[in-house]
Write a protein that binds this ligand. Structure first.
Ligand SMILES: Nc1ncnc2c1ncn2[C@@H]1O[C@H](COP(=O)(O)OP(=O)(O)O)[C@@H](O)[C@H]1O
Ligand SMILES: CC(=O)OP(=O)(O)O
Ligand SMILES: [Mg+2]
Length: 400
């Protein structure tokens, strides 16, 4: 059974085509820097022995629709394509970021499901539209395949009320579902399970903090394999500082912008979602650009990194308290897996909590699970490459 997985992030589309009979990856790729002047598509095909052939192109990719069209071209290309007939694909698994109160499980996509994903767009304005586009394009191109949605919010459904409720009038939760949902759940689930397995703590008691640092960033406190708290909230705007999102901010700033600067609601929305974070503070959203400037001693980039990593530390403190201790920290996603500098700065000055990184071991871009703590550290520090696509494909197969 061949399953295609489409993972549309805010700045990227990742995809993998699996032969699920033996979980073999037939091809995989990433469309990066969507919306920036210079987009990149990296497409890899694999033969039965796992040997890789890579194809890289640079071209402007203004939005997710253009990106998806390029992906489909590559999948069906005469020379390097891996499918000759779209009907070869039995299912397409889609990452959907926000399921609102409607979905806490993997679901076959029907017209009603599509409408509900559309209805909660205001809760995930950078993501659900891209997720929907992916669903619609794939329905057209793979009409025989079952379309399946795997929701980012699902893993966080185990949070207790004290963690997911906001201190606002009860009616807003009861009537309108105003509460914290959390995102990146597929990734937090995958890497926490992988870490538990690696540490020999599957099914045992364990206290792990997972730190997903991509363009969007979030952390989760995972106790005994279940999420008990997470930093994103009602929408993916909450929590950590991100590529273009502010993360936590005093809501009074919004009233100030309205009253003092006469900004409209959608302008403020845009400001906090698309013009803030690393972009707002240092003028660039891509961490590779920030790192280059940090190395050159750029003041704004240095300040932005200091803010970004300080907030990670604060959440580590909070979640260590919430779990009454900590066994392991897990870094993952684009920045978490590749950026030794961010890991180093985030772990600096946490010796008081028994957390100490080894600078030499940390100096890696992780392709598999790596341990980067110092010998004297009481807490393990792992870098675990996430694989949201495999997790989605497995869930799609289980459902079907
Ligand atoms: N080698 C690297 N060093 C530092 N940051 C990197 C590196 N490779 C990728 N990144 C960063 O990862 C981020 C994208 O992560 P990713 O998980 O793909 O994001 P998303 O899924 O949110 O689109 C970008 O900010 C990019 O700069
Ligand atoms: C929810 C979210 O922020 O996703 P991504 O990091 O893929 O943009
Ligand atoms: Mg992502």
């Amino acid at each position: 059974m061949k399953v295609l997985v489409i993972n549309s992030g805010s700045s990227s589309i990742k995809y993998q085509l699996f032969e699920m009979d033996n979980e073999q990856v037939l091809c995989s790729g990433i469309v990066e820097k969507i919306g920036l002047p210079e987009g990149i598509i990296t497409h890899k095909t694999f033969d039965a022995a796992g040997n890789e052939t890579k194809n890289k192109q640079e071209l402007p990719i203004p939005d997710h629709k253009v990106g998806l069209a390029e992906v489909v071209k590559l999948l069906t290309d005469e020379k390097i394509g891996v499918i000759s007939n779209p009907d070869d694909i039995s299912a397409v698994g889609h990452r959907v970021v926000h399921g609102g109160e409607y979905f806490n499980e993997t679901t076959v996509i029907t017209k009603e499901v599509e409408e509900k994903i559309e209805e909660v767009i205001p809760l995930a304005p950078l993501h659900n539209p891209a997720n929907l586009q992916g669903i619609r394009v794939c329905k057209d191109i793979f009409p025989k395949a079952k379309q399946v949605a795997v929701f980012d919010t699902a893993f966080h459904q185990t949070m207790p009320e004290r963690a997911f409720r906001y201190a606002i009038p009860e009616e807003l939760y009861q009537k309108y579902g105003v509460r914290s949902y959390g995102m990146h759940g597929t990734s937090h689930k995958y890497v926490s399970a992988a870490a538990n397995k690696y540490l020999g703590k599957e099914g045992a008691s364990s206290r792990i903090i997972t730190i997903h640092l991509g363009n969007g960033c979030s952390m989760a406190a995972v106790k005994d394999g279940r999420c008990i708290d997470t930093s994103m909230g009602f929408s993916p705007l909450a929590g950590l500082m991100m590529g273009t999102r502010s993360g936590d901010i005093d809501p009074a700033v919004i009233f100030f912008l309205e009253n003092k600067l006469n900004m409209k609601t959608d302008e403020i929305y845009d400001l906090l979602n698309k013009k803030s974070g690393m972009l707002g503070v240092a003028g660039a959203s891509d961490m590779r650009d920030i790192e280059d400037r940090f190395v050159e001693g750029d003041t704004a980039a240095t300040r932005a990194l200091d803010m970004y990593t300080y907030r990670i530390k604060k959440y580590i403190g909070a979640y260590t308290a919430a779990m009454n201790g900590l066994d392991a920290i897990v870094f993952t996603a684009g920045v978490g897996e590749n950026d030794a500098g961010v890991r180093r700065l985030s772990m600096q000055g946490l010796e008081g909590l028994g957390i100490k990184i080894d600078l030499e071991k940390n100096n890696i871009r992780a392709k598999k699970i790596e341990e980067v703590q110092a010998d004297t550290s009481h807490v393990k520090i792992l870098v675990v490459p996430t694989n949201e696509e495999l997790e989605i494909a497995q869930q799609a197969v289980n459902l079907l």
